[in-house]
Design a protein around this ligand. Structure first.
Ligand code: SAH
Length: 224
């Protein structure tokens, strides 16, 4: 298999990336087809879908897979069988995400996708329309995780707000409201999360995420 393209996302590092798609709707990814797939008509009809499946390669997954893993959702305590999780650490490190199709640009062979949970530069193996009559099961349950955890408020210090453009703040609010740290670290230690080219320092205090400072970093432009 050859990647059809490498998605550009606002997430240059794994720490902080939402654990599933759709949790941060402002996380926009741009997928440009590789030259050999830039053929006339490949996107024809795609706009008729408003959501797409992305099939991708977890290219930054390191280390051997293990039969049982500790999902972050379980606070790192409880182990589950690998096939009972959506962990990147699996025998064939293939990921699956439903994302919103925002636009199709035929001039540049680029899809603009909303709510991505992928690292910047992730190789995309395939794109398929999401077919609600078949793919959507409103009665479905997953006892381990009925719904997302409750989001928390995100408060910014004056200092952290300086130099942060509005759309970056919006993205950061959507990412940090999930307090994306290992669940067993329930103290007030500081973390750093990089979104696009901004590094944000934050911690959890009294059930709220407090953004302490922001700085511009040199690495990766991400997408938007
Ligand atoms: N929705 C997908 C991914 C769930 S796991 C699925 O169910 O298959 C989501 C986590 O994968 C993110 O929090 C991030 O830490 C990790 N991730 C995203 N892109 C990755 C990549 N290219 N390589 C390794 N890990 C990645």
């Amino acid at each position: 298999m050859e990647p059809i393209g490498f998605i550009r996302t606002p997430f240059p590092e794994k720490f902080g990336i939402p654990r599933q798609p759709g949790l941060a709707p402002s996380a926009v990814g741009n997928l440009t087809l590789e030259p050999q797939f830039q053929k006339e008509g490949v996107f024809d009809g795609l706009e008729e879908a408003d959501f797409l499946w992305l099939v991708f390669y977890f290219h930054q997954q390191k280390g051997e897979w293990k039969p049982k893993i500790r999902p972050p959702r379980a606070g790192g305590n409880h182990k589950r069988g690998v096939f009972a999780t959506r962990s990147p650490n699996r025998p064939n490190p293939i990921g699956l995400s439903v994302v919103k199709l925002l636009s199709v640009d035929r001039k540049t062979n680029t899809l603009q996708l909303g709510g991505v949970d992928l690292l910047d530069g992730t190789p995309i193996l395939d794109v398929k329309p999401y077919v609600p009559y078949s793919d959507c099961h409103p009665e479905a349950d997953f006892q381990f995780a009925h719904k997302p955890p409750d989001p928390v408020s995100v408060v910014w210090t004056e200092e952290a707000l300086q130099n942060v453009p509005q759309e970056l703040k919006q993205l950061a609010d959507e990412v940090l409201c999930w307090a994306p740290r290992p669940a067993y670290q329930n103290d007030e230690r500081e973390y750093g999360t990089t979104l696009r080219n901004f590094n944000l320092r934050w911690r959890v205090v009294e059930g709220k995420v407090q953004v302490l400072s922001s700085s511009v970093v040199a690495q990766g432009p991400g997408s938007t």
